[in-house]
Design a protein around this ligand. Structure first.
Ligand code: ATP
Ligand code: MG
Length: 425
């Protein structure tokens, strides 16, 4: 038997209803916040990721699925979405129409990491990006959107961490301070960290090796080195979060896996997730659009890790499973033909309806209706046909009533509409 590729997974029908629910909630919210959907390919020129994510990052150094295509081009499966979204913003000159542009995209990402709980080689993200706005309220607006989303999903306990990474003005000063700190303790770091410590010392905050994490606890804080503009920007973001009573923790160890981040960075942690606890991350990347050949427009965005989000929602899948509203149990050829017409009529009116084409016994059809979780069963056999009625059975209350054959479809539609008013069922 041929099996799944390691680190990849199937999302089975028992879970897809929950995925659809989550996507439905976030799409509605994103659109209320003024975002439009952008659909981008999963494959890009390798160069795009090398230039945007940064050559000295784990992602580019060792996690990308890169191959040479038959024409000789180096292509990579996208490890994240921001680079592609920026490419599209620049390539289609979206900025010329309106520099302020709010885009979202939902889809799979690919990273060849070590598979473990919360870490897959194909995983899914919801991405939101805002271009063209410097105002710190923009950063806060994205965080607000994210926390509202998690609130609507009734996610329970999550923690928001925020930090500022400064800008090209003040970050070099901090990098120097950091290099000085690192130079004094080479024995405490892993080989990757030692290799990156001069070129890209901020990366060391992102290392997952426990000893490196421990050693970095004593590193200087970037927040002490922010220039006045960055400091004011960060204060304004915090003030906006306070205004909407969004609790947050300042975490001066928080960096992002990409090199182009400036100023605000944030992460949302799910407390029950174990070692891979980040369920979303984001921040400002004011230099990226320009670096990818576009105008000097700022950007800010986030990515939600949907697979980890699903883990936080585990156990809720059956709440969203789509069960039939009506199961028609028909016995005998004539009744089956009539039932087939009802089924089609009901489906056309948006009523989820099932029947059994195999003409099994009433008992076995009732068992199937029960197993599928139908709300009502409509029973029709020879005796009912003679009397010109069908039996309506409410599967929750077990109450039964007779409905004349001509009114079966209308009655079923009415029942379902009244029982689903105010919510999906
Ligand atoms: P981590 O620190 O957990 O590796 P990251 O900083 O690499 O995360 P980002 O690039 O910020 O992750 O991606 C945003 C979100 O995507 C993460 O917060 C996480 O929820 C999710 N994510 C990242 N990598 C994976 C993966 N390999 N499998 C599942 N989800 C992932
Ligand atoms: Mg990672």
């Amino acid at each position: 038997m041929i099996k799944l590729v390691r680190g990849f997974k199937d999302i089975l029908p028992a879970d897809t209803a929950l995925w659809q629910h989550v996507e439905g909630v976030v799409r509605e919210l994103l659109e209320d916040f003024g975002f439009a959907e952008l659909r981008i390919p999963v494959l890009e020129q390798t160069e795009l990721f090398a230039r945007s994510i940064g050559a000295g990052t784990d992602i580019v150094e060792k996690e990308m699925y890169t191959f040479t295509d038959r024409g000789g081009a180096s292509l990579s499966l996208r490890p994240e979405a921001t680079a592609s979204v920026v490419r599209a913003y620049v390539e289609h000159r979206m900025y010329a129409k309106d520099p302020v542009c709010k885009l979202y995209t939902i889809g799979p990402m690919f990273r060849r990491e070590r598979p473990q709980r919360g870490r897959y080689r194909q995983f899914h993200q919801i991405n939101a990006e805002i271009f063209g706005l410097h105002d710190p309220r923009t950063d806060a607006e994205l965080i607000l959107l994210l926390m509202t989303f998690f609130g609507r999903l009734e996610l329970g306990s999550v923690a928001l961490h925020i930090n500022s990474l400064g800008c090209p003005e003040c970050r070099p000063r901090f990098k120097d301070a950091l290099k000085l700190f690192l130079a004094g303790r080479p024995e405490e770091f892993c080989s990757d960290c030692l290799r990156r410590k001069d070129e890209n010392p901020l990366r060391l905050f992102d290392c997952k090796v426990p000893d490196c994490k421990e050693a970095m606890q004593e590193a200087p804080s970037i927040l002490d080195d922010l220039c006045e503009a960055c400091s004011t920007h960060f204060d304004d973001v915090k003030r906006s979060l306070d205004r909407f009573q969004i609790p947050y923790q300042i975490n001066n160890r928080l960096v992002r896996g990409l090199d182009y981040y400036t100023r605000t960075t944030f992460e949302v942690l799910g407390e029950s997730l174990g070692a891979q606890d980040a369920v979303a991350g984001g921040g400002r990347y004011d230099g990226l659009v320009k670096a990818l050949g576009g105008p000097n427009e700022p950007g800010v965005g986030f990515a939600v890790g949907v697979d980890r989000l699903m883990e936080l929602l585990a156990g809720r899948a059956q709440d969203f499973e789509k069960r039939p509203h009506i199961f028609v149990a028909a016995i005998g050829e004539t009744a089956q033909d009539m039932a087939f017409e009802w089924v089609q009529g009901l489906r056309l009116q948006g009523v989820r309806t099932e029947m059994d084409f195999e003409n099994r016994s009433l008992k076995s059809q009732m068992r199937r209706a029960d197993k599928l979780g139908a709300s009502y069963v409509v029973i029709v056999g020879d005796r009912e046909l003679d009397e010109g009625v069908a039996i309506f059975r409410d599967m929750a209350t077990k109450e039964q009533e007779q409905v004349v054959l001509q009114e079966v479809v209308g009655t079923a539609v009415d029942r379902i509409r009244t029982s689903t008013v105010g919510g999906e069922s």
